[in-house]
Design a protein around this ligand. Sequence first.
Ligand SMILES: Nc1nc2c(ncn2[C@@H]2O[C@H](COP(=O)(O)OP(=O)(O)OP(=O)(O)O)[C@@H](O)[C@H]2O)c(=O)[nH]1
Ligand SMILES: [Mg+2]
Length: 484
Amino acid sequence: MVDRRGEIHHVIVGDQKEIVIPDLSEFGFGMKRTRSIRCIHTHLKDEALTQDDLTDLALLRLDMIAAVGVANDGLPGHIYVARLIPPNEEGKAYKVLDKVLFHQQNLDLEDLLNDIDKELSLSRERIDVEKGDRAVIVSASLKSKSDQEDSIEELRELARTAGVAVLDAVIQRPKVLHPRYLMGEGKIKELIIKSLQGGANLIIFDQDLSPTQVKSIGEMTDMRVIDRTQLILDIFARRAHSRDGKVQVELAQLKYLLPRLVGTGKALSKLAGGIGGRGPGEMKLEIDRRRIRDRIVHLERELEHLGSARRQRKERRVQSGIPIVSIVGYTNAGKSSLLNSLTKSSVKTEDLLFATLDTSSRRLRFPREREIIITDTVGFIKELPEDLLGAFRATLDELKDAHLLLHVVDISNPRFEQQMESVDKIMRDLGIDNIEQLIVFNKMDKCDEELVKILCQRYNAVAVSAIYPETLLPLLTAMEERLF
Ligand SMILES: Nc1nc2c(ncn2[C@@H]2O[C@H](COP(=O)(O)OP(=O)(O)OP(=O)(O)O)[C@@H](O)[C@H]2O)c(=O)[nH]1
Ligand SMILES: [Mg+2]
């Protein structure tokens, strides 16, 4: 293995069939799509580069791979060279140069390397390279194509929320799910090669990866590979502001990480990195299972402690006898906007997922001196990570005290029915499905009026536009009827 200065970094001794290339993660990519290192090896029967050679070239992102053939007399025969090329129509990752007799080869190495640098430099493209991660998002599942498309659209939103640029979205429908790679081995290699060639530094799976899959894929590339749950955990980690929220998220991250701590720690460093190495990722390798367990115990204790303050608050609220209305719903449905409009307050709202992590309560006064407490909560999402739900259970437990739940639905979202189902399921899991519920169809300004009417009848719902307070009267009336 030779670097750009001609320095030899590794001398590898193999057998007549193969060489084992060592970990090259010390050679980073920088602004390029190559590690700036090349592999020169021998082919004992003067044979051309094999498919394995070429896959290694593309998978490891070497500048080039060369094989010096050994002729019958034991002296050098031909030299075979292949080099990386930039993304192209045919989807080829490399180009094989013409073979030449070893002693006649007159390759201008400096020129060639300059070309490689120029062609593979990321700044050539419009990718905003300075700005965070660049990901390829992937769905590999037995579900129907349209289900996968819906799901990957949501994953794209999640990525955007996490500040990740999505370069490409890939949907796979394998016949069976591979226990080690989710998709077939050939397909996963293809995916990694394509992602690297596109300039990605991250692959995000829409499906949760098992500990084995994390390990196996991690052994194949030092590219970061994460799944949907990790992405969500990462978003939560950057958005948690209160002590309560931070503790809960870190707890969820550690619990997800623990069973995935496998092998040499190489996989760990990638896994724990998450996006931008937040949360437990910062502690990286040196943490073994034991220390993570200790940390979990510590955090659970802290949470317990924080819980007593929460319980006091809750008791005060319950004792006051004032009716409690809690707003629940899918993330980005407009829950915080509704709270703001109803109570003229200013909880942060954003067109990103999971803008709200901490609950906030406000008072709302009806005519005739009637008063209620209204609470905004964290948004739900389909397949909300188990550990996250567990971690937020304490916060979400407050929902049990509600006299009425406002289930806010973004009626302008084409997937609103699936979203309602996901929310219903989570409400069942939390044991709050027995509380009276009022369905609020939000963002009606973005929909056809007639259609909204029909849907309201079908679901016995009230339609509003949370950002236009003048639309809220029917909702207020319905709430008053239900509560008093
Ligand atoms: N057009 C339109 N946009 C709305 C309406 N209500 C909310 N939005 C927008 O939808 C986005 C999400 O609103 P939020 O109130 O933050 O939603 P949320 O349910 O609290 O979201 P999370 O806290 O992230 O789960 C924001 O960009 C709002 O401005 C509405 O009635 N009409
Ligand atoms: Mg919110």
